[in-house]
Design a protein around this ligand. Structure first.
Ligand code: NAD
Length: 404
């Protein structure tokens, strides 16, 4: 099938298998070119492993530390005449490259919030790895079904206390206009915390601890964002920010639970980058466009893979996490540098549709967005037929028993 991008608002409903494979290969190359990491984790579970920060965490630990990886995600497989999702094709490509490099890689497609998924993964760890020494929690989801009560929670992106109006970018048309976001009401905050807060992370770690599946010195990580004041009403001080506060509360509790093992729980604050999750947040895509324009010429721009490589290579593996006063790892440090933020703030004041391409990196934003779905990658023939039914190898193998 010949696959072209079909963009609907902030999502692309198609994905290119060869383009996604190239995107993964480029990420692997970033890590391997920097050389192997010493003292890294060897058996890693990544929850939310198919796109964005989770995929890059899986790639950095597999190809940088030589780790065996298990990955969990919620993606749609393709068929001969219908595209699967990008995360499906990313995982298919990741596994093929990992297996070719002699690395164990096994994946699970389904709802990470469910008890069934936890049971399945626990059984697989027992069977294949014995224990894991690192658990990366990188889910971004709009909803969660509670595994015990069956209640469905929905996360919302809303300011708290009062509505918020600011500049916003239409990422398809390049029009800069204003957006007004209504204030959170009723149980919006509680719902968002239930989806994006720490409860499920805690459930995973509790379940792994209970089964004795966390190795001596095991580490667990979850990701957060803080960003500049211009985004605070919608992010840090909004409903999602409350969920991230809950994640930090959970980090402190997990840290205590892991201490008898000599282990550690971390929240890493990462840079604002174009991912499927961040493109859905109002205001943030305009900020990212301006940020890219400032950071690229400075040579400090990083994508998810450079961020995750730096997190493991410079902070976690050598044991120099450099936590801030709240105990968080900050790989958003280059984004938050005073000169970068001053330049972005000044551009923010002036930016409008007419000068977007001068003050912001709109082309860079759009190309990063398309690359998430495997489009615009060098060396990929987009006019050729591609196999949209490509399989994730481990999912195909482990289905074998049910076929016989
Ligand atoms: P993403 O959308 O690229 O990835 C989300 C992952 O979660 C995918 O692998 C998806 O399959 C998986 N997932 C979603 N629901 C699932 C479910 N029910 N069961 C199993 N898997 C499920 O998102 P991202 O931007 O990489 O975000 C990951 C984390 O990083 C989030 O906590 C986010 O807040 C944080 N973060 C993102 C940014 C940014 O700018 N993108 C910055 C800092 C921190």
């Amino acid at each position: 099938m010949i696959v072209a991008p079909k963009i609907r608002g902030f999502i692309c409903t198609t994905a290119h298998p060869d383009g996604c494979a190239k995107h993964v290969a480029e990420q692997i190359a970033v890590v391997t070119q920097r050389g192997p990491m010493t003292n890294g984790p060897k058996k890693v579970l990544v929850i939310g492993s198919s796109t964005g920060y989770g995929l890059s965490s899986r790639i950095a630990t597999a190809f940088g530390c030589g780790a065996a990886t298990m990955g969990i995600f919620f993606e749609k497989p393709g068929e001969a005449d219908r595209c699967g999702t990008a995360g499906w094709y990313n995982t298919a490509a990741f596994e093929k490259q990992a297996h070719a490099a002699g690395l164990y890689a096994r994946s699970f497609n389904g709802d990470a919030f469910s008890q069934e998924m936890k049971d399945q993964v626990i059984a697989a760890i027992k069977e294949d790895l014995g224990q894991v020494d690192c658990v990366v929690y990188s889910l971004a989801s709009p909803r969660r079904t509670h595994p015990q009560t069956g209640e469905v929670f929905k996360s919302v992106l809303k300011p708290i206390g009062q509505s918020f109006t600011n500049k916003n970018l239409n990422t398809t048309t390049g029009v800069v206009d204003d957006v007004t976001l209504p204030a959170a009401e009723a149980d919006d905050i509680a719902q968002t915390i239930a989806v994006m807060g720490g409860e499920d992370w805690q459930m995973w770690i509790d379940a792994l601890l209970q089964e004795g599946l966390l190795a001596e010195g095991a580490t667990t990580l979850a990701y957060s964002y803080i960003g500049p004041e211009v985004t605070w009403p919608i992010y840090k001080n909004g409903t999602i920010g409350k969920a991230k506060e809950d994640l930090e509360r959970c980090q402190r509790e997990l840290d205590e639970k892991l201490s008898p093992l000599g282990g550690k729980a971390w929240v890493s604050v990462n840079k604002a980058l174009v991912t499927q999750a961040s493109s859905a947040i109002p205001v943030v895509p305009l900020y990212i466009s301006l940020l890219y324009r400032v950071m690229k010429p400075l040579g400090t721009h990083e994508d998810t893979i450079e961020q995750m490589d730096r997190l493991f290579r410079e902070r976690l593996c050598p044991g120099t996490p450099q936590p801030d006063e709240a105990g968080r790892i900050r790989v958003d440090d280059w984004e938050m540098a005073a000169d970068v933020q001053a330049a972005v703030a000044s551009a923010w004041e002036k930016v409008e549709t007419a000068n977007l391409r001068e003050l912001g990196d709109f082309d860079g934003y759009q190309s990063s967005f398309l690359r998430l779905f495997g489009f615009g990658l060098e060396g990929v023939d987009y006019s050729a037929d591609t196999d949209t039914a490509t399989a994730v190898p481990s999912l195909a193998w482990f289905c074998q028993p049910c076929l016989v």
